[in-house]
Design a protein around this ligand. Structure first.
Ligand code: PAF
Length: 283
């Protein structure tokens, strides 16, 4: 497994793989890899022959007061995990390689409607940053397939829509969320939690399960269901950013034609922002 830092090097390696008739898979990450990322790599390996993992903490998707500077950067540990998982190439560019002229004035990819509300509402410009860097990575690597985690549910919807709207020849695969034994969704940001906060954190998933159970039990007073969950979270010590129930396929409000629902939440535990979601069948 090689690690390359320039666009020219990744292109050369992918060209060689293609000449050998290989199907190319891409797993975009921001590093600090955990078992959830490794599951993405395994899926890419099962569906492709040459798997590129990008590691880039993308400044364009962070707001001015977010954790860009403190975001964990652990390249050596990440490389060891990727070698072990069987990835073929790591692409770890720096910001200068990806944004040689800086961020101001850089072309941005914006995916309307699906980027609005939820995380897009609390993190203005976040999904433009994600869509821009992912479209750059698609153009650099030109993969046949790319794998993203379902934990970032809205992000996956944004990337699917962008790929469809821009007619990008990339097959997007969503990978189910990996959870710790107590239900907490794995995330690089879990590392910010104090032991007490870590103990409390699974309450988030439990509340999403409560929401799903209420709806599946026949209730349709969605606002009241969400308010109850919100109150439980506040009482437990969380500061909810948003809690919502949407149609899982369109991310719009649940309507008579909706077949699958998704409960989505972002909460703060101290300064740490955690997100999670739970998809469930509607009657
Ligand atoms: O999910 C992430 O880690 C990032 O948003 C992504 C998709 C790698 C883009 O920077």
């Amino acid at each position: 497994m090689n690690t390359v830092h320039s666009i020219a090097q990744v292109r050369a390696a992918v060209t060689r793989a293609r000449q050998e008739g290989k199907r190319v898979g891409l797993v975009p990450t921001m590093g600090n890899l955990h078992a959830g990322h490794i599951a993405l790599v395994r899926t890419a390996l099962a569906r492709g022959d040459f798997v590129v993992v990008s590691i880039f903490v993308n400044p364009m998707q962070f707001g001015p007061h977010e954790d860009l500077d403190s975001y964990p950067r652990t390249l050596a540990e990440d490389q060891a995990k990727l070698l072990d998982a069987g990835a073929h190439l790591v692409f770890a560019p720096n910001a200068k390689e990806m944004y040689p002229d800086g961020l101001d004035g850089h072309t941005r990819v914006s995916v309307p409607v699906v980027s609005e509300g939820l995380c897009g509402g609390s993190r203005p410009g976040h999904f433009d940053g994600v869509a821009t860097v992912v479209s750059k990575l698609f153009n650099i690597v030109q993969p046949d397939l790319a794998v993203f985690g379902e934990k970032d549910y809205q992000q996956l919807a944004v990337i699917r829509k962008m790929t469809q709207d821009l007619s990008l020849p990339v097959h997007i695969i969503g990978e189910p969320t990996c959870r710790a034994e107590d239900g907490l969704a794995l995330s690089s940001r879990n590392g910010y939690l104090t032991p007490e906060q870590r103990e409390l954190a699974p309450t988030l998933f439990q509340q999403l399960q409560q929401i799903a159970a209420a709806v599946q039990g026949g209730r349709s007073d969605y606002a009241a269901i969400i308010e109850t969950a919100r109150q439980h979270l506040v009482a437990a010590g969380f500061q909810p950013d948003y809690l919502d129930l949407r149609d899982a396929d369109t991310l719009t409000t649940i309507g008579p034609d909706s077949k699958t629902g998704v409960a989505l939440a972002a909460v703060f535990l101290g300064k740490t922002r955690l997100i999670d979601n739970l998809r469930f069948k509607l009657a």
